[in-house]
Design a protein around this ligand. Structure first.
Ligand SMILES: Cc1cc2nc3c(=O)[nH]c(=O)nc-3n(C[C@H](O)[C@H](O)[C@H](O)COP(=O)(O)OP(=O)(O)OC[C@H]3O[C@@H](n4cnc5c(N)ncnc54)[C@H](O)[C@@H]3O)c2cc1C
Length: 381
């Protein structure tokens, strides 16, 4: 089949890769270029932690397994999936309750979790000055070198002579025979199917096409849809795994630098992006890093970033039109689920419907759109 993939973020790329593997004639376009939006600014914690309801946990869990499989399959190309686990700690007086709840929830899902004490904390991450004597450890979780992963998938596409084109899709028309995509330069091209994987912009493309795809509008920033992500300078501090807490989220990067998020400043995204805000947040990040590592680690950049966020917080995956010509692939936690969803979308294009996706069909919104209540993203990314 002749298929257009709109968007070359992590989801568009993995989908194009699987469609090419299945022998389709694939065109992938991006209005800016590959990895232009959320995928390049992702904390990329690969996890199914506190992902509710159970169907969403199951999807994310399958996402972890798909990463394991992808890393194994292409191990000769390097290591981008670092499955060293995640340490979660809470420094508030309510920590015992918080740990109990998270431990019980994880155990109910049969999601590996360990209660850890100060000895184990020191054993796992000796360079950290732990402000706590207890925590939880999630051994299945990982951090992803998101850019390396995207570049690898892009290189596989290039080997198959599929190069992301810089082109903007305005709208899509479908009928029983196929789909036509209208581009910003006035061009119209015909395909058998179109996969809309344009992240936060997917809703607008669907709207212009007369299709219902409720994705959060990023023009009103706030902690539900935006985040402040710090990038440190490369440092000789040794950190092997992700740390998630009420004070700071931090993870190592491929070049010795770290990604940082600070829960207490996320609400400030409501102020909108300004140099003053980024500078103030940088100062807070550096103070928390100093407290955690007992050493000054400069933050070189703070990125004010929008998420691609379905209105109800859950993935929207499936056909949007009665003719099954326009398919939606929009989700948060796309880093966790990209290798899985890329494969499942290709299976569905072939006609094999996935039971893992049955809860996440676009048709659920015909009964109305429920916005997920504002949530603190810490511990749920
Ligand atoms: C700060 C932050 C932290 C995150 N942390 C995590 C995490 O820890 N774990 C996790 O699993 N996920 C995390 N995520 C979410 C994850 O990064 C995203 O779900 C994922 O990157 C989405 O990928 P995507 O391909 O759908 O979208 P994007 O990466 O946004 O790609 C969409 C692409 O579509 C293109 N496009 C848009 N409109 C058009 C058009 N009209 N025509 C052609 N092209 C178009 C854009 O240029 C863009 O390149 C985080 C996100 C953010 C922002």
């Amino acid at each position: 089949m002749k298929i257009l993939v709109v968007g070359a973020g992590v989801l568009g790329l993995t989908t194009a890769f699987n469609l090419v593997e299945d022998g389709h004639d694939v065109t992938i376009v991006d209005k800016t270029g590959p990895y232009a939006q959320a995928s390049s600014r992702s904390f990329a914690w690969i996890n199914a932690n506190h992902k509710l309801p159970a169907e969403y946990h199951r999807l994310n869990r399958a996402g972890i397994a798909a990463h394991e499989e992808f890393q194994r399959r292409f191990a000769s190309h390097g290591t981008w999936f670092h499955q060293h686990g995640c340490i979660m700690f809470d420094s508030t007086p309510d920590k015992a309750t918080g740990y109990d709840e998270r431990f019980t929830e994880s155990a109910e899902f049969d999601y590996p979790v360990e209660r850890i004490d100060s000895d184990r904390l020191r054993e796992l991450e000796p360079a950290v000055s732990w402000p706590t004597d207890s925590g939880l450890f999630f051994p299945l979780e990982a951090h992803l070198d998101n850019e390396a992963f995207g570049s690898l998938v892009e290189s596989f596409l290039e080997e198959a002579d599929v190069t992301p084109e810089v082109a903007e899709v305005v709208r899509v028309d479908t009928n029983a025979d196929g789909a036509s995509a209208e581009f910003a330069d006035g061009d119209t091209r015909n395909f058998d199917q179109v996969i809309i994987a344009a992240g936060a912009d997917s809703g607008a493309i669907a709207f212009r096409s007369g299709l219902l795809l409720p994705v959060a509008d990023l023009s009103q920033p706030g902690p539900r849809t935006h985040s402040l992500l710090g990038v440190t300078v490369p440092t000789d501090v040794s950190l092997s795994r992700i740390i998630i807490s009420d004070k700071i989220n931090v993870r190592p990067r491929h070049d010795g630098s770290m990604f940082v998020q600070i829960p207490s400043v996320e609400a400030r995204t409501e102020e909108g992006e300004s140099p003053e805000l980024l500078d103030e947040v940088r100062v807070v990040m550096e103070a928390e890093l100093q407290a955690l590592f007992g050493k000054r680690i400069p933050v070189s950049r703070v990125i004010f970033s929008g998420r691609s966020f379905p209105e109800d917080g859950l993935s929207i995956v499936g056909y949007l039109d009665e003719h099954h010509r326009a398919y939606s692939l929009v989700t948060h936690s796309g880093m966790t689920m990209a290798p899985l969803l890329g494969r499942l979308v290709a299976d569905e294009v072939r006609g094999d419907s996935s039971h893992l996706l049955s809860t996440f069909r676009p048709s659920r919104f015909t009964k109305g759109i429920t916005q997920e209540s504002p949530t603190n993203f810490i511990g749920r990314q």
